[in-house]
Design a protein around this ligand. Structure first.
Ligand code: MEV
Length: 441
């Protein structure tokens, strides 16, 4: 940045002014405005929706929107939509879907759907006194949030429990209201946060109304009110299983047994070694995030909660489990996550809406199951490759496409490069050299 001073009022500029400022400031190509315009949707309604999702919008940033058919989940065949920038993730997901469709498919069940939020506050009175008055406080909180909860209650949701926690080990005089919610098909962030903020106002007022209490007891400081993305009680279990010999793609039963044993060992390592656990879970979230993104769900919330869930026993561990029992191979996972299928980006973003149609308009519980299936499928393919061919073989094929595109190879050059590199090591310099030689011929 040549002009070393801040700009004020940037957000108030029009889009054209923002682009002009950027081009001038960073001495960008004068074609930048056209370049940015090229990435906008021709569909004006869709473009307006996308532009309004965020602030200081200049254009759109495209990621591939992909599908993988043959996901057999609880007996039904589904097509899964995915959005990811990572080569070979969708190919791996599609392969896992096809493999398990011939072996009973994926099984999934909901363990719970409870979400959490907290009101954090400090109060200098006697903790016992507050505990003794808490039934009264709770009644007031529920009464004051009635207008917020009414609609949610009609849909079968609402505020479940409100727990008072005194936690002086975190801060002197510090308390939490630890609140659990049911939000049905909504992710519920607005509902939870509005309820908690109202709790904060009502609680402060309630303290001020205790006329016979000492002056300092009549005041509480509300620190903050916010949902928690740690949702261990909003949880799904997913698994695949088959006799070990059916893991063989040929009739080589001995190799199927060896494969199953190595697979179980690899998963065991991820349950006991943090460095491997993080990578194992990254592979799981390759699938989860790609489906979450396609359906307009908040993948940062899902990831943050998922990683915390992976550390629920005090040590970060791989989320999946694998075992061989009585000749059967079973690969499973429990995943905690909160998702919505109504409201938010899911209902707004035209591509997310299409993704929901492709998934045949699932409920939030169904979508939770599909996300976990995508995670397990992605993990299956990654670990399978790791304990057999290694991960690079598949990756490099996809990587080759990216390199060819970067080097602007023609369709003809791409075809001959794919043949040439079929059994050779792919690297940027090797591909570059190949194209140069090809051009010289
Ligand atoms: C790459 O995106 C994901 C893997 O590293 C996952 C794993 O190691 O299990 C292949």
């Amino acid at each position: 940045m040549k002009d070393n001073k801040p700009i004020s009022g940037f957000s108030k500029l029009s889009k054209t002014q923002k682009i002009d400022w950027l081009v001038q400031q960073l001495k960008l190509n004068t074609e930048t405005a056209n370049f940015l315009a090229d990435f906008e949707s021709k569909n004006q309604d869709a473009q307006a929706v996308i532009a309004d999702l965020s602030e200081n919008h200049l254009s759109n940033f495209h990621f591939p929107f992909c599908i993988a058919p043959n996901f057999l989940v609880n007996g039904d065949y589904l097509v899964f939509p995915f959005v990811t920038e990572e080569s070979s993730v969708v190919a791996a997901l599609g392969k896992a879907a096809g493999f398990w469709a011939n072996r009973g498919g994926f099984h999934a069940e909901i363990i719970g759907t409870e979400k959490k939020g907290q009101l954090h506050f400090s109060w200098t009175g006697d903790p016992e006194k507050l505990k003794n008055h808490f039934a009264q406080v709770e009644e007031r909180l529920r009464k004051d949030t009635a207008s917020i909860t009414q609609k949610m209650e009609k849909r079968g949701g609402g505020i479940n429990t409100i727990q008072l926690k005194y936690l002086p080990e975190i801060l002197p005089n510090y308390y939490q209201l630890d609140v659990s919610f049911e939000t049905r098909d909504a992710m519920g962030a607005n509902f939870i946060n509005s309820s908690l903020e109202q709790f904060g106002k009502s609680l402060k007022l309630w303290f001020s109304e205790q006329k016979d209490w000492a002056a300092e007891e009549r005041d509480a400081e509300i620190i903050m009110a916010i949902l928690s993305n740690y949702v261990p009680d909003s949880r799904v279990r997913v698994w695949v299983e088959c006799p070990v010999e059916q893991l063989a793609e040929t009739s080589d039963v001995a190799s199927a047994k060896r494969f199953a044993e190595k697979f179980v060992q690899a998963v065991h390592i991820s349950r006991n070694d943090v460095s491997r656990a993080v990578t194992q879970n990254k592979g799981i979230f390759n699938g989860v995030d790609a489906l979450a993104l396609a359906t307009g769900n908040d993948f940062r919330a899902i990831e943050a909660g998922g990683h915390a869930f992976a550390a629920r026993n005090g040590k970060y561990a791989g989320l999946s489990e694998a075992r061989i029992e009585n000749g059967d191979f079973r690969f499973s996972m429990e995943l905690s996550l909160a998702v919505g299928v109504v409201g938010g980006v899911t209902a707004l973003h035209p591509m997310a809406r299409l993704a929901m149609q492709i998934l045949e308009q699932p409920s939030a519980e169904e979508l939770m199951q599909y996300l976990a299936v995508a995670g397990l499928a992605s993990n299956w393919s990654a670990v399978r490759a790791l304990v057999t061919t290694g991960i690079q073989q598949g990756h490099m094929k996809m990587h080759l496409s990216n390199i060819l595109n970067t080097l602007k190879a023609t369709d003809e050059q791409k075809a001959s490069a794919r043949l040439y590199f079929d059994k050779r090591e792919v690297s940027f310099s090797e591909v570059e050299q190949f194209l140069k030689n090809d051009a010289g011929n």
